[in-house]
Design a protein around this ligand. Structure first.
Ligand code: NAD
Length: 359
């Protein structure tokens, strides 16, 4: 690992910590992008990275993304993330998770961890036996449980705001919405859409996931795959599966006029946000509309209240509208407007920490 400072300086990370415990097999990296707004919060990804370099690149990227997400979610939290290198189905064990917990604790509250790909609330309960700085715990331990509940709710708020901006009404009633991926987030989004009177068409590579939705809502139409979905006559496209859904080809063919979904990192590369805008497609930035999950787990730090967390997630509607307003005013795509707004909050609110408190 040669160029660590080179990589982190490029994006100005505050701190990158390498953690190892040979006996349990722990190899983890914790990255803190910034703490301008408060302690860094972001999940722990347990993944069999091809190399340490790949793990480092991922954690640097993800921790930066969390800083922007937490800032626009209105949280007093900075951005951080951790990765544990390994196959969670084979390498996860109690000693490893607890060793990891001790490293989280050693940061003295600069970093709060939570679940991500490859880690679950039960794992966080183990990590929490060694550290006070853990959220996303099981309800038995005062945790919020499955974060997809408010993630889907927040995506729905973002979609209502997109409809309000484009059609002048926040209702999705009568609109045709294509949901790609009906897993934890996608199937809950379908519930909200059906309640609101939308027509819903879905696709998923898992027949069981599709079947679950069809059982709950027989009116839902199913198409073969993502290509069939994006090519079909839909008003709104909601990517809720993997990242990179919006590549050059998809944007070129897309018939929907709104894109708003739960998946992380929907834009396949820089520049897609402009292609969307040039085609007159309104893109609700992914990290803004999918922040309901982090709002849910962040609430645990105070002692979890679903009502309070839901009220905060409702604000995603206003934030999304505000971003569309800034985008129009400043003549930039909404993704750029969102980044600017997040940077503004980190800078303006972060600055007040410089006021000397005496003592
Ligand atoms: N769960 C959360 O709270 C949360 C929060 C923020 C962002 N996200 C993001 O939302 C997305 C979905 O997360 P989730 O928790 O619902 O995951 P999940 O694994 O429960 O669901 C994903 C679904 O997508 C399907 N899928 C995979 N590849 C597909 C493809 N090519 N075409 C169609 N369907 C496909 C899977 O079969 C699965 O049903 C992810 O990108 C995740 O990072 C989730």
């Amino acid at each position: 690992m040669t160029d660590v400072f080179g990589q982190s300086h490029k994006d100005s990370h505050e701190q990158v910590v390498f953690c190892a415990d040979r006996q349990s097999g722990l190899r983890a990296i914790i990255a803190i992008y910034n703490t301008a707004l408060g302690p860094a919060l972001g999940g722990t990804r347990f993944y069999p990275y091809e190399s340490e370099q790949a793990a480092l690149a991922d954690v640097l990227n993800l921790s930066k993304g969390m800083a922007y997400k937490n800032a626009l979610a209105g949280l007093d939290l900075g951005g951080g993330k951790a990765v544990i290198i390994g196959d969670p189905t084979k390498d996860k064990n109690e000693a490893l998770l607890r060793a990891y917990g001790r490293f989280v604790e050693s940061l003295g509250g600069r970093y709060y961890t939570a679940c991500d790909v490859g880690t679950f609330s039960e794992d966080m309960d183990l990590v929490a036996r060694e550290s006070r700085y853990v959220t996303g715990r099981t309800p038995a331990h005062g945790g919020a449980g499955d974060s997809s509940i408010l993630t889907a709710f927040g995506v729905f708020q973002g979609m209502r705001a997109s409809a309000a901006h484009l059609y002048g009404t926040s209702s999705l009633s009568g609109k045709r919405v294509g949901v790609e991926g009906v897993g934890k987030v996608g199937h809950r989004l379908v519930d909200h859409l059906i309640d609101d009177g939308a027509e819903v068409v879905v696709c998923d590579v898992s027949p069981a996931a599709v079947e679950r939705v069809r059982q709950r809502h027989p009116s839902v139409e199913v198409v073969a795959d993502a290509r069939a979905l994006t090519d079909s006559d839909i008003d709104v496209y909601a990517p809720c599966a993997l990242g990179g859904a919006l590549d050059d080809d998809t944007v070129e063919r897309l018939r929907a006029k709104i894109v708003c979904g739960g998946a992380n990192n929907q834009l396949a590369h820089v520049g897609v946000e402009k292609q969307l805008a040039d085609r007159g497609i309104l893109y609700a930035p992914d990290y803004v509309v999918n922040s309901g999950g982090v709002i849910q787990v962040a609430d645990e730090i105070e002692g979890f209240s679903m009502d309070r967390a839901r009220a905060k997630a409702t604000q995603i509607f206003d934030t999304t509208l505000k971003i569309f307003g800034i985008a129009a005013e400043e003549g930039v795509p909404p993704a750029v407007a969102a980044d600017r707004l997040a940077e503004r909050r980190m800078s303006e609110v972060g600055r007040i920490r410089g006021i000397w408190l005496g003592g």
